[in-house]
Design a protein around this ligand. Structure first.
Ligand code: ADP
Ligand code: MG
Length: 258
């Protein structure tokens, strides 16, 4: 076999490997069963939107994907690495998976630029000048390079959330997880954050987004997953989920949010 063929096959194998596999994942907080046999496969470059009522386990599920929470049963495999107690696996996952939270979680005592360069310098051991150049390129991309020297408290919520996205991107993740990134924002700031996320989706980022922004879901989601009481109840295209719900639970949920 020629070397080129070998490489092509290797590339094909990498492309076909799912970005995320959840296989019958179960999790309890004490006696409370919060994830019940959750199974889901996310392909490379796929965009999945997760919705469902408050307390249904959406945050817990995505926090398990980068091991901010630990599951107790089942398997989670991220880009070919299974999440186990092995710290090397954890290290790999944290490098590959970026996360954006509802409340931005920026370091308040660091400038915007320092927020973005902190992990590249201290985790990736990147030279400071290079990290700053990288950070500025992402701050330009989220359209706030002029805020670089300010502190988080001096920015609007929408600007802070865009910094949080830029900060995550500075680690060059393969997968981005979003947990209700716009739900703490005033309405006029939601669009600027969603537009940033739409741009990421258009660039081919693999994304799992917990959000109830249906316009966003319709525009970018390859698949919408509806969770209720710790279970994935329905999953399908945005059109099938929003226009043709199969279960009473989803019908009831949609009647509350639409
Ligand atoms: P969602 O994001 O869909 O609102 P969560 O994943 O935050 O749901 O929560 C699922 C369930 O787990 C809820 O009943 C919640 O109260 C509970 N829960 C979440 N985090 C914790 C925790 N750290 N300790 C105990 N219970 C928790
Ligand atoms: Mg949540």
């Amino acid at each position: 076999m020629s070397q080129a063929t070998t490489i092509d096959r290797a590339n094909a194998a990498t492309c076909e490997q799912p970005a995320i596999i959840l296989d019958k994942v179960n999790k309890w907080y004490g006696a409370m069963h919060v994830l019940r046999d959750v199974s889901m496969t996310v392909s490379q470059k796929e965009r999945v939107v997760v919705c469902g009522p408050s307390g249904s386990g959406k945050s817990t599920m995505i926090r398990c994907i980068n091991r901010l929470e630990m599951h107790q049963e089942g398997r989670i495999i991220v880009d070919g690495t299974e999440l186990t107690d092995d710290l090397r696996a954890l290290d790999t996952i944290r490098r590959e998976v970026g996360m954006v939270f509802q409340n931005f979680n920026l370091f308040p005592h660091l400038t915007i630029l320092e927020n973005c360069t902190f992990a590249p310098i201290w985790v990736r051991k990147m030279p400071k000048a290079e990290a700053e150049e990288l950070a500025m390129s992402y701050l330009r991309r989220v359209k706030i390079p002029e805020q670089a020297k300010k502190y988080p408290g001096q920015l609007s919520g929408g600007q802070q959330q865009r910094v949080a996205i830029a900060r995550a991107l500075c680690m060059r993740p393969k997968i981005m997880l979003f947990d209700e990134p716009t739900s703490a924002l005033d309405p006029e700031m939601i669009k600027e954050v969603l537009d940033t996320m739409i741009g990421l989706a258009e660039d081919g980022m693999t994304m799992v987004c917990v959000t109830h922004e249906m316009g966003f879901a319709r525009k970018v989601a390859d698949r919408v997953v509806f969770m209720d009481r710790g279970e994935i109840v329905e999953a399908g295209s945005p059109a099938s989920i929003f226009e043709d719900p199969q279960t009473d639970r989803l019908k009831q949920f949609l009647s509350q949010i639409l």
